[in-house]
Design a protein around this ligand. Structure first.
Ligand code: 6PG
Length: 482
């Protein structure tokens, strides 16, 4: 082994790890050490990329010895047990002041636990969300580090050097302590699920109600990508729809099995939002839509009994424009829900999260990157304490302008028998917030009837119960605890 030391190391050289290591090596001032559980993978990487000047080690001991002190290592292995195994190997060998960064899609609860376990050793553990897929890892991802402020002093400049740049600023910020980075990455993925589902519903409507072929829909999306819907996901959707299957000559989208998979981050978002009491219906519907698609037996069973399908409603040339407005309004709702979850998570876990900075680092590199995020940056710059993004003047106006189209699209979809769980749940959420009175009052009455769960009145303070099985008079009482 040479005497040269690396200022940063990467453990785990599957695609994301290799690309991140190559990205690091391409930036001036970095010497990158690499290590993988199997040497063959390391050998392949260093042979294919001699230009990177990697310091490669066959053993974890040599890897640790190849790092300049204080040591900084980025773990890019599969989230879960694999991560714990690598962490303990490093913790055994690292010294106080060294930094271990987990760049995988870890569950933030694991990150909080790991940080707690490691911090007494004096080693910094930094859970970091990285978004942008393989391409982003190589050319510039959006990076969401948690961990201590102190560790960010060392890690921040290194991460800034490899991050995407949006409007002249690197897409990285210290999100908050311990699990904050992985929490925010989880919410990013939840929003990603919602955005993808909404785009898929728009496609389905344009095809089944609008009668357009995939290649024509690709053109519609390409047009949309020049306006207020501009985003990476709209751009790649046009590419996917343009694709023709070489074997059959059919549109690619028609030869793909329509059962959507997932790796869990969307589910985590919804689980945690439920725990936090934050309504994230748009994200939940996107997770459920994947689940419904992946239930072939139930789909076949219902298809066998439902023979009389509604007739597709006739629409005019303005339908695509209506769909774009419905998509935009639904997307505003999904982002509003995601940011609500960030605010609630920050409060529960004691993180100081700057919402505007999160919107800023999502403008480039990540899967949900879009012009749209600039509007969120503006909204929080104007007033960091708005109750919901839907209240921000720009979004309030955009939703108001699209509202009639949104309603037309959702009703046309319902009448045509085209499922739009994302569009319709977003509209119901908006309508719920917009009501002066909700039927929740009746739910309170029902709860009080069967369980004496009590209720509050609109006209005076206090907690009340009606003696439903007695003379039905009202008594003032204590809040129910059962
Ligand atoms: C990213 C992506 C990436 C991955 C997710 C979602 O930000 O780069 O979100 O993390 O695509 O794991 O994948 P699933 O759809 O398989 O859950």
């Amino acid at each position: 082994m040479s005497d040269q030391k690396a200022n940063i190391g990467v453990v785990g050289l599957a695609v994301m790890g290799s690309n991140l290591a190559r990205n690091l090596a391409s930036r001036e001032g970095n010497t990158v050490a690499v290590y993988n559980r199997t040497w063959a993978r390391t050998e392949e990487l260093i042979t294919e990329h001699p230009e990177a000047g990697f310091i490669a080690s066959e053993s974890i001991d040599d890897f640790v010895a190849s790092l300049a002190t204080p040591r900084t290592a980025i773990i890019m292995v599969q989230a879960g047990k694999g991560t714990d195994a690598v962490i303990s190997q490093l913790v055994e060998r690292f010294e106080p002041g060294d930094i271990i960064m987990d760049g995988g899609n870890a569950n933030f609860h694991d990150t909080i636990r790991r940080e707690k376990e490691i911090s007494p050793t004096g080693i910094h553990f930094v859970g970091t969300g990285i978004s942008g897929g393989e391409e982003g890892a190589l050319n510039g991802p959006s990076i969401m580090p948690g961990g201590s402020v102190e560790s960010y002093k060392t890690l921040g400049p290194i991460l800034a050097s490899i991050a995407a740049v949006a409007e002249g600023e690197p897409c990285v910020t210290h999100v908050g302590t311990d699990g904050a980075g992985h929490f925010v990455k989880m919410i990013h993925n939840g929003i990603e699920y919602a955005d993808m589902q909404l785009i898929a519903e728009a496609y389905d409507l344009l095809r089944r109600v609008g009668g357009l072929e995939p290649s024509a829909i690709a053109d519609v999306f390409t047009e949309w990508n020049k306006g207020y819907l501009e985003s990476y996901l709209i751009e790649i959707t046009a590419e996917v729809l343009k694709q023709t299957d070489a074997a059959t000559g059919k549109p690619f989208v028609d030869i793909v099995l329509d059962e959507a998979g997932s790796k869990g981050t969307g589910v985590w978002t919804v689980q945690n939002a439920l725990d936090l009491g934050v309504p994230v219906g748009g994200i939940a519907e996107a997770v459920f839509a994947r689940a419904v698609s992946s239930k072939p037996a139930q789909r076949a069973a219902v298809q066998s009994v439902v023979t009389d399908r509604p007739e597709v409603q006739g629409v005019d040339a303005s339908f695509a424009d209506d769909v774009s407005k419905a998509l935009y309004a639904s997307k505003v709702v999904a982002y509003a829900q995601g940011f609500d979850a960030i605010i609630a998570g920050a409060e529960k876990y004691g993180w100081q999260i700057d919402k505007g900075n999160i919107a800023k680092i999502w403008r480039g590199g990540c899967i949900i990157r879009a012009q749209f995020l600039n509007r969120i940056v503006d909204a929080y710059a104007e007033n960091a304490n708005i109750a919901t993004l839907l209240e921000a003047p720009y979004f309030a106006k955009a939703v108001a302008e699209g509202e009639a189209a949104w309603r037309r699209v959702v009703s046309t979809a319902a009448l045509s028998g085209v499922p739009v769980p994302g569009f319709s749940s977003a509209l119901s959420y908006f309508d719920s917030l917009a009501q002066k009175r909700l039927p929740a009052a009746l739910v309170q009455g029902q709860r009080d009837f069967f369980g004496a769960h009590t209720y509050k009145r609109v006209d005076k303070p206090g907690v009340f119960h009606t003696l439903w099985s007695g003379d039905r008079t009202e008594i003032e009482t204590e809040p129910s605890t059962h």
